[in-house]
Design a protein around this ligand. Structure first.
Ligand code: IPE
Ligand code: IPE
Ligand code: MG
Length: 259
């Protein structure tokens, strides 16, 4: 535990935190363990992170667990990750349900086995009533997939392809855009994560490998977030003048404004 003293004040806590949980493989390799052992450790780290976020008043946590591109990994790692997902669902969902977590799996279901797809749907149904923290697990997810599926959905509805209509059709339409986007593991790239929704997210890169990303590291990211000035295209003086002159970059504003 990092202790309560290190915690930032509530107002400084981002409402929506998104995380690229990277570095599991390196964590395992450094210990001469198979990569899947790192992913197992990664599940433990996620459990701690969910609890820490809920304790700090975060409303939404969105994590990248398996990308559209991760199918290109060795077959044994891919099957290990699928097994881990099934095991984690069985073990973690009752606890998440009891802790007030509302679980969503975000990504393409078509590519998943029926057993996994069924497990995801059951986990969502079991936690749908919860209100304390929304946890979006991006699995078989890619930002480009999301944009393409949203555009296809809007077109199929016969609606114009406006920002507002696309936004409403995106896989994360049930939550506001992320305020803070963290990537662990030292790489400084998005790797196809939240390409649309991350337009105005504050970025924070940590050298810690995901299994080692603890509460103190989370508080460090929150402290960095609290020190940022979010301008959304305005000047610093406008932001200082207060909310009257500070539009959000939301699609409602974008669609109603004439640029
Ligand atoms: C992230 O950790 C988890 C997944 C992509 C499933 P990695 O497995 O990418 O770990 P590194 O980057 O190889 O260390
Ligand atoms: C991004 O990590 C995907 C997840 C964390 C699930 P990767 O390890 O797959 O990203 P790259 O390949 O280094 O860009
Ligand atoms: Mg990686």
């Amino acid at each position: 535990m990092s202790g309560t003293q290190a915690r930032p004040p509530a107002a400084a806590v981002p409402h929506h935190v998104a995380i690229v949980m990277d570095g599991n493989g390196r964590w395992a390799t450094r210990r001469l363990l198979p990569r899947v052992a790192g992913h197992k450790q990664g599940v433990d780290s996620l459990r701690r992170c969910v609890q820490a976020c809920a304790a700090r008043g975060v409303g939404v946590l969105t994590v990248f667990a398996f990308s559209s591109e991760n199918w290109n990994r060795p077959a044994d790692e891919v099957s290990g990750l699928m097994e881990l997902l099934v095991a984690a669902l069985g073990r973690e969902v009752p606890r998440l349900a009891a802790d007030g977590v509302q679980l969503h799996f975000v990504g393409e279901r078509a590519g998943l086995s029926p057993r996994i797809a069924e497990g995801l749907a059951q986990a969502e149904a079991a936690t749908a009533h919860n209100q304390r923290l929304v946890l979006n697990v991006c699995f078989n997810y890619g930002g480009r997939w999301d944009m393409a599926q949203a555009a296809a959905k809007v077109a199929a509805q016969g609606l114009p392809l406006t920002e507002l209509n696309i936004d409403r059709a995106m896989a994360l339409a049930h939550v506001p855009d992320p305020d803070l986007l963290i990537r662990t593991g030292g790489e400084q790239r998005l790797s196809n994560f939240l390409l649309w929704q991350g337009a105005y997210s504050e970025l924070f890169f940590s050298d810690r490998l995901w299994p080692e990303f603890d509460e103190a590291a989370l508080d460090e990211a929150f402290a960095a977030f609290a020190s940022r000035e979010r301008r959304f295209g305005q000047t610093s003086a406008q932001v200082a003048a207060g909310p009257a002159g500070t539009p959000s970059p939301g699609p409602g504003v974008l669609d109603s404004a004439s640029h």
